[in-house]
Design a protein around this ligand. Structure first.
Ligand code: FES
Length: 196
């Protein structure tokens, strides 16, 4: 090989090496290399954030729909059947009187001696509502003509037993009736009367 050829060979080799070196030594701009992973992680973070917010909003929506559709028990008012009803001060009820509490579904009967009975208005035969007949001084069932006196005792069948009672409580001169409880009885007894 001529010196020229050697030189040209050397120069080709050197060129290759230079290219290899050039290839290896060609670094990416540091700014771009740093930005790419951060951009990816930011996008991934935002995607996760949106997914999380979506799940949260969905759960909240389901909760609101469930709460809206759930059957709610109306609160028992002081005058409604099912709770303790404040009937009123003792002196509001004359002895030998019967007072109807329509919403409470009972009669407050004050006997001649001043004692109280809270009578259920349901007939003990088949459950019809029994009205008070103030002229005849009896409860007369419109369904099969059972009759009861002011203590709830049966005067005339087919009712098999006296009207049910609700517990009466008298405190500080106020009469309260617990319509959430019922006392079944065969007949009237003086021990059932509640006195002030
Ligand atoms: S339901 Fe009252 S007498 Fe039959």
């Amino acid at each position: 090989m001529t010196e020229n050829g050697k030189r040209s060979f050397m120069s080709k080799k050197s060129q290759k090496r230079t290219r290899a070196v050039d290839h290896v030594q060609e670094p990416e701009p540091p700014a771009r290399r740093d930005l790419r992973p951060r951009g990816r992680s930011r996008r991934s973070f935002l995607r996760k954030l949106w997914v999380g917010l979506g799940i949260l909003a969905g759960a909240e929506f389901v909760g609101v729909v469930f709460a809206f559709l759930r059957p709610r028990k109306p609160p028992v008012r002081k005058t409604d059947f099912g709770g303790v009803i404040e009937a009123g001060p003792i002196d509001d009820f004359e002895p030998d009187s019967v007072t109807a509490f329509i919403r409470g579904q009972f009669y407050l009967s004050r006997l001649k001696d001043g004692g109280f009975l809270a009578l259920s208005r349901k007939c003990t035969h088949l459950g019809c509502t029994v009205p008070w007949d103030s002229e005849g001084n009896i409860f007369l069932c419109p369904c099969h003509s059972s009759a009861f006196d002011r203590t709830g005792e049966v005067i005339s069948p087919p009712a098999p037993r006296a009207l049910d009672l609700h517990p009466v409580d008298i405190e500080n001169g106020i009469v309260r009736v617990d319509t959430g409880k019922k006392i079944k009885r065969k007949s009237f007894k003086i021990s059932q009367v509640v006195r002030p």
